[in-house]
Every structure is written in structure tokens, then in C-alpha cells.
Design a binder for this molecule. Structure first.
Ligand code: ADP
Length: 268
């Protein structure tokens, strides 16, 4: 993947399933509204934004009234297909309320690895952003079976996908919205005394040793996949922040250069 020139006004935001759905797997419309409002407001300041959004399978499963998150691949793909429509419908409507246009981009591995397809994709991103349209990206879960088979994830609940998108759109920052304030010195789900780490200069094995998998039944990647994503993005010059998506004011704070969450510092 050839990195593009870093553009200081370009930001990729990734939102995880646990931030935009409620305990029953339904969409948390209030939370999505706050997200759309914050991103629209930030775009008004002159930033180009790309949103990478998870959640299609959980939303589809809720809409199909499945008793639990589907385990069978065919049903997962069906749920992704139903949920992606619902998700985009809502983003289109809510961003529209704030005067913004959105475009959907569904990706699979070939789009990133095949040079011709990758160049097409880069052109699509550029054309959308030049026209002030917010690209909303997800893995193409309804056809891309490798990602949703849990032991062989390509993009790992979109954490890695968001890093790849940040690199090839030339973003200066990747902001990962999670259900937790950032990286802690141990998994806060099991350790009440865990302490937030505010800045990481190098993602070493010692840093990986702090991270465990997901603490909720809605999240999937946990902190490990976020570190892998941060390692890729920082190595290509992109600053990565992990912040708590339950408080969308964190997004405004980042733009105001206040320190929130964990910052993984980009290599020169
Ligand atoms: P999301 O939907 O936000 O991607 P995940 O469940 O995939 O949610 O990832 C966040 C979870 O990772 C946290 O809620 C926490 O339980 C877990 N986790 C594991 N190790 C750590 C750590 N060292 N610091 C913070 N969170 C951790």
C-alpha cells in the first residue's frame, strides 16, 4: 500500500458496534445523532472526514428479531445485508439534517490489495472528499466471508480497515471511538485499579502485553486489534487516538487540541 501525502485537514473516524448499538442490539439513535452532529460541525471547520462504521450485523440481527447474534455464516451475511441498509439510511438522514451528504463505500480485501482496484478506490475517496461528501466505509460483510468468520478476520471489526483507510486517504489522524476511555495498563473489565495511558510513543511488545480481547458481547476486536491498527497507521505517519465514544464531546476536544484518551504518536 503506497501512502499518500499526509493532509493535515483529513481525519478518519472509526466507530465500533458497542458505541452505536444498545444492549439489545438495536441502534442507539441518540448516540448516532450526536456523532453525526459532531462530525458535521468539525467538517464546517474545514476538515475532510471519513467515517468507518461497524455495526451492520448487530443492527441486522436486531431488525430481523433474531434471539441472539447470529453464529452461522449465511445468517451473518443476511444480517449484514439488512443492517447495512438500516445503518446507511440513518446516517443519510441524520447527516442530511445537518446539511451534509454521505456516500457508502463497502470494501473487501481485493479492493485494497489489487493495485488497479486500489487506485480506483483512492480516486473515489478523493472525488467524494473534494465534493464535501462524507464517505462512510464498512467491510462488505454480506459477501466478504473471511472477515466475519471470527478466527480469520482481515480487518478485525474494522479497526485494521480504519487504519488502512487512514493511510491511503492520506489522513493526518485516525480517531477510534471505543466503549472505553483509551488504553489502560491492564484490562479495566477485570481490574478496577487499571490506569489510563495517555500517550504511547512506540507500540512495543510491552504495550501489546497490556491488551486483551473485547470486554463486551457487542464489541469484537478488543484492544489487541486496536493496537495492531495503531501500529500500522503510526508507522505510515498517522497519529492515532483511542477515545470513549460514549462522550462525543471528546471529538470537539481533540479538534480543540485538548488531550483525551490515548494518543499513539505517528512516526516521522
Ligand atoms: P469497540 O466496539 O469499541 O471496538 P471492543 O470491545 O472491541 O469495543 O474493545 C474495547 C474493549 O477492549 C474494552 O471495553 C476492554 O474490555 C477491552 N480491553 C482489553 N484490554 C484492554 C486494555 N489494556 N485497555 C483498555 N481496554 C482493554
Amino acid at each position: 500500500m503506497s501512502p499518500k501525502k499526509i493532509r493535515k485537514e483529513r481525519i478518519v473516524v472509526k466507530v465500533g458496534t458497542s458505541t452505536i448499538t444498545n444492549e439489545n442490539g438495536g441502534l442507539d439513535i441518540h448516540q448516532i445523532d450526536l456523532l453525526c452532529r459532531a462530525l458535521s460541525s468539525i467538517e464546517n471547520l474545514g476538515y475532510d472526514l471519513v467515517l468507518v462504521s461497524s455495526g451492520a450485523i448487530a443492527v441486522g440481527a436486531g431488525k430481523m428479531r433474531l434471539a441472539q447474534k447470529p453464529k452461522d455464516l449465511r445468517l451473518k451475511q443476511a444480517a449484514a445485508s439488512v443492517g447495512q441498509c438500516e445503518l446507511m439510511h440513518l446516517y443519510d438522514k441524520l447527516f442530511g439534517e445537518y446539511g451534509r451528504l454521505v456516500g457508502q463505500i463497502l470494501l473487501d480485501n481485493d479492493d485494497v490489495e489489487n493495485p488497479v482496484r486500489r487506485e480506483n478506490l483512492q480516486n473515489t475517496f478523493d472525488a467524494l472528499l473534494e465534493n464535501h461528501i462524507i464517505p462512510i466505509v464498512n467491510e462488505n460483510d454480506s459477501v466478504s466471508h473471511v472477515e466475519i468468520e471470527s478466527d480469520q478476520k482481515l480487518f478485525s471489526d474494522n479497526d485494521m480497515l480504519s487504519a488502512i483507510v487512514a493511510v491511503f486517504t492520506g489522513a493526518c489522524k485516525l480517531i477510534i471511538l471505543s466503549d472505553i476511555d483509551g488504553l489502560y495498563d491492564k484490562n479495566p473489565a477485570n481490574n478496577k485499579d487499571a490506569k489510563l495511558i495517555s500517550r504511547v510513543e512506540k507500540i512495543s511488545d510491552d504495550i501489546y502485553a497490556l491488551a486483551e480481547g473485547s470486554g463486551s458481547n457487542r464489541g469484537t476486536g478488543g484492544m489487541i486489534t486496536k493496537l495492531q491498527a495503531a501500529e500500522l497507521a503510526t508507522s505510515r505517519g498517522v497519529d492515532v487516538l483511542i477515545i470513549n465514544g460514549k462522550n462525543m464531546d471528546n471529538l470537539y476536544d481533540i479538534i480543540d487540541k485538548k488531550h483525551v484518551g490515548t494518543l499513539f504518536v505517528a512516526k516521522e
